[in-house]
Write a protein that binds this ligand. Structure first.
Ligand SMILES: Cc1ncc(COP(=O)(O)O)c(C=O)c1O
Ligand SMILES: N[C@@H](CCOP(=O)(O)O)C(=O)O
Length: 445
């Protein structure tokens, strides 16, 4: 095993430190409080390596004893569903923590969605219940805390809308100016509204998300702005808690599959790291298979998977699911590791499959934004192809709230005849008779 494969710091490494940053590519090490956005030696991505938790006597804290310490009911532990796991994400963050709080999202069973997917054991981990309506809050609370710890004077990100909403909100709370780079005309209305409301400086870039990411990386390097995209290793630490919390909700009985939508691959990378660490700490004995689901028009990672990741080719991305309209994912190598280590899969779903799944999720009363529905569309496809059995225990992650993208709802329910007929809004005179007429008509249908 090379240094880069290490899961936790060994006894003789980095004496006195609870965590360090280590380059994925060349293993160069930085202290936890170094604000470098990437490896200063080779430009590789940095990863956080922690010391494994110990009890008050200094003995390794593993298995059920560790699970007990991570319990939501443990007195004195932070109410946040992210910071409950402080010892596994940013030990010693203390006073710097910038939290709304976030996390503690539900794991839901919905008969209608399960019938659609053909899987009785399907559960929905709904990350839309986070304070700004997406999983990004989990990464952003940790990334912003690091910005505070390192004295950042400004923070920035490229975004398809959710990262920018989260950054704007957490930056406002921390009192640090926020700058967001978004593809002009390609961000869903709810996300744009949030970013403006929380007060970030919003730059509408004439280019796609991939161009925005390149630009913000260059600008951060040259202007000394702290970068808060998921290539920031602390973002990954925060997003690991989706998996920790889900496993905790399942009483540390790992499901057979975890299925998630994939764009820039920060989450796939975070899920792989979380599962690796959970297994090494004896929290789980079996590792679920990760399934990353890409939109067919934005599927470079799925193309790579099909050829055993022998090649990597960026694509010109296009999909109705604007959150995953990404053609050159930044966390590629980490995501490859996550898929390989979990015997995972990368699949594609068409925009029509995404919309079909979204309509069912919405009509079940749960709701989600289009990109999130890719996970349920993916489960359905894998059940139909026999990879997932109807009796398998599957968690599909819903990454964002239904109100993130009101434009698609208007389009589906007011403009598209195939979806709209049943519940198109009806304008009426302000009379009981008009209401009665509508009731009669709907009973007749
Ligand atoms: C709602 C939503 N789902 C899925 C994704 C994809 O996550 P990742 O970029 O971590 O692959 C994103 C953003 O990228 C998102 O905003
Ligand atoms: N969907 C994301 C795009 C990627 O952001 P990342 O920082 O999580 O990689 C967004 O909402 O902007």
């Amino acid at each position: 095993m090379s240094a880069n494969d290490a899961i936790f710091l060994s006894a003789h490494e980095a004496p006195g430190a609870q965590s360090i940053q280590r380059c994925d590519a060349c293993a160069h090490e930085l202290t936890a409080l170094d604000a470098a956005p990437e490896c200063p030696k080779c430009g590789g991505l940095l990863a956080i390596i922690h010391r494994a938790p110990v009890d008050v006597m200094g003995a390794p804290l593993v298995g059920s004893a560790l699970a007990q310490c991570l319990s939501p009911a443990t007195p004195g532990v932070h109410v946040s569903g992210v910071w409950r796991f402080e010892s596994l994400i940013m030990p010693g963050a203390g006073e710097a923590i910038t939290s709304h709080p976030e996390g503690n999202t539900p794991l839901m069973a919905r008969t209608r969605v399960n019938a659609f997917a053909g899987c009785d054991g399907l559960l929905l981990k709904h990350e839309g219940y986070n304070p700004t309506g997406s999983f990004k809050d989990r990464g952003m609370t940790v990334g912003t805390t690091q910005a505070v710890r390192t004295g950042a004077t400004a923070v920035a990100c490229a975004s398809t809308g959710n990262t920018s909403a989260a950054l704007a909100s957490y930056a406002a709370q921390a009192g640090i100016p926020g700058l967001v780079f978004v593809p002009a005309g390609k961000v869903a209305l709810g996300k744009m509204a949030q970013t403006l409301a929380y007060g970030a400086t919003t730059l509408l870039v004439r280019g796609d998300f991939d161009a925005c990411l390149k630009l913000v990386q260059e600008a951060s390097r040259e202007l000394g702005i702290y970068l808060l995209n998921s290539i920031n290793p602390w973002r990954v630490e925060g997003q690991k808690t989706i998996v920790f919390e889900m496993l905790q909700q399942l009483e540390w009985n790992a499901p057979d599959f975890i299925v998630l939508p994939a764009g820039n691959l920060g989450n796939t990378a975070a899920f792989g790291k979380a599962l690796r660490e959970a297994q090494a700490l004896g929290l789980i004995t079996r590792v679920p298979r990760i399934v990353s689901v890409q939109a067919a028009g934005a599927a470079p990672f799925a193309h790579g998977f099909r050829n055993g990741f022998a090649t990597r080719q960026a694509v010109q991305a296009e999909t109705i699911a604007t959150a995953i309209r990404i053609g050159d994912p930044a966390s590629w190598d980490r995501a490859v590791r996550a898929i390989r280590e979990t015997d995972g899969l990368v699949i594609t779903v068409t925009d029509d499959e995404i919309i079909d799944a979204k309509v069912v999720i919405d009509a079940s009363g749960v709701g989600c934004e289009p990109a999130s529905a890719a996970s349920v569309a993916g489960v359905r496809q894998l059940v139909q192809s026999g990879v997932i059995k109807a009796s398998d225990r599957v968690v599909a992650v819903l990454t964002g709230h239904v109100l993130k993208d009101p434009g698609i709802l208007v389009e589906l329910h007011q403009e598209r005849a195939d979806f709209a007929a049943a519940n198109r809004p009806v304008e009426i005179e302000p009379t009981v008779q008009a209401v009665a007429d509508i009731l009669r008509r709907s009973r007749a249908n």
